[in-house]
Write a new protein. Structure first.
Length: 206
């Protein structure tokens, strides 16, 4: 087996902190949702965090600050470090590589398209998710402080529209998370452990 260094420490730390903070926000957010449902259903209490509305809010804002600060660190690292710019950020030159990867994942194309550390579809996802996260945080501020942040609330089309945007953007983050898990499972355990140790094992060519 050959070992290859994959993930710097800052990427591994922000990855796992993001996982923790997203879990806190989703579970506590469902507790808040139950207090005033946006749709015609409620979430079972056992799947929520906080116990009651005020408790859910406290957990939600703890997760939000953790999520926001961690996200800022992640984005700044990828913008200003050579590693981030080279491996993670989606570029104009990556556009032509998106559809071949979609075709490969849909089993339309049998051969895996050539790629660097991350393929074009992964880069597109990693570059888009921070924008979805920004939308989730912004809409959250709009519905929690609609008077103090009235300009932000107006940007989302009003209070009720901001609630819908917040719900949908958080749902998009959850879908990305589960999609991420599927791709890790496809890639194998070595890929998973590389996000813990930083190193990935490859079969020896001989």
């Amino acid at each position: 087996m050959i070992k290859e260094f994959q993930h710097p420490l800052i990427i591994r730390l922000t990855h796992w902190i993001n996982f923790l903070s997203l879990g806190i926000m989703v579970l506590s957010g469902l507790r808040i949702y139950n207090a005033s449902p946006l749709f015609d259903f409620k979430i079972p209490a056992d799947l929520t965090l906080g116990g009651w509305l005020a408790g859910g809010r406290q957990w939600h804002f703890f997760g939000m600050w953790l999520f926001t600060v961690n996200g800022v660190v992640y984005v700044l690292y990828n913008l200003f470090s050579y590693h981030g710019r080279k491996t993670t950020l989606f570029r104009f030159s990556d556009i032509m590589g998106v559809f071949p990867m979609i075709a490969y994942y849909l089993r339309i194309r049998k051969e895996h398209p050539s790629k660097d550390k991350y393929n074009a579809l992964q880069k597109l996802a990693y570059s888009t998710v921070p924008l979805v996260a920004l939308c989730a945080v912004g809409s959250g501020l709009a519905i929690y402080w609609p008077v103090q942040f009235s300009r932000i609330t107006e940007l989302f089309g009003g209070y009720e529209s901001a609630r819908l945007v917040h719900f949908l953007s958080m749902a998009a983050l959850v879908l990305f998370f589960f999609g991420h898990l599927v791709m890790v499972a496809i890639a194998g355990w070595s890929n998973f452990f590389s996000m813990i140790t930083g190193w990935k094992k490859h079969p020896s060519p001989h």
